[in-house]
Ligand binder design. Structure first.
Ligand code: ZN
Length: 159
């Protein structure tokens, strides 16, 4: 069953197998969030008060689209989503590590990092699935609310 425990196991596998050079100085949790049409995953650091910002080692929270609990969504879609968020962590975004770039998505740094770390195939399959299956999947599982101007295409945001 795809629950938060399953996600933790996936994160462990990905971290051990592909990010073993990346130290973990804080608690990192991963969980399914709400169902979403446009957001596959996100990564943030917990901030309960402005004083927390001084603490570099505050908890990191990775959230995965709740629709991905569905076993009909291929596992490589989730693998690539977790790997994407882990690249942000490795680059020092939403993590205690030194920030290596100005912006989390500048110049294709995430794609490059994913390829270097062995996710070229997962990324390619994920892209293909998002293009060919995701729009129809959403129609069946999370239809858009009818609005005056119907959205023409799906824009996928990564963070
Ligand atoms: Zn991102």
């Amino acid at each position: 069953m795809r629950d938060d425990t399953w996600l933790f196991q996936k994160l462990d596998e990905i971290w051990d197998g592909h990010f073993s050079d990346i130290p973990q100085h804080n608690d990192v949790i991963i969980k399914f969030g709400r169902k979403a049409r446009q957001r596959l995953g996100s990564i943030k650091q917990e901030t309960k008060s402005i004083r927390d910002l001084a603490n570099k080692n505050r908890k990191t929270i990775i959230t995965i689209n709740g629709l991905f609990k569905d076993p009909n969504v291929p596992e490589y879609v989730i693998t690539a989503t977790i790997a994407h968020e882990m690249c942000h962590y490795a680059h020092g975004f939403s993590s205690p590590l030194d920030q290596r770039f100005e912006n989390p998505h500048q110049g294709g740094i995430v794609t490059k990092e994913m390829k270097v770390r062995g996710f070229a195939k997962a990324l390619q399959l994920q892209k293909k699935w998002l293009k060919e299956v995701w729009p129809r999947y959403l129609e069946e599982n999370m239809p858009a609310r009818q609005t005056r101007q119907r959205r023409k295409r799906i824009v996928i945001r990564w963070i």
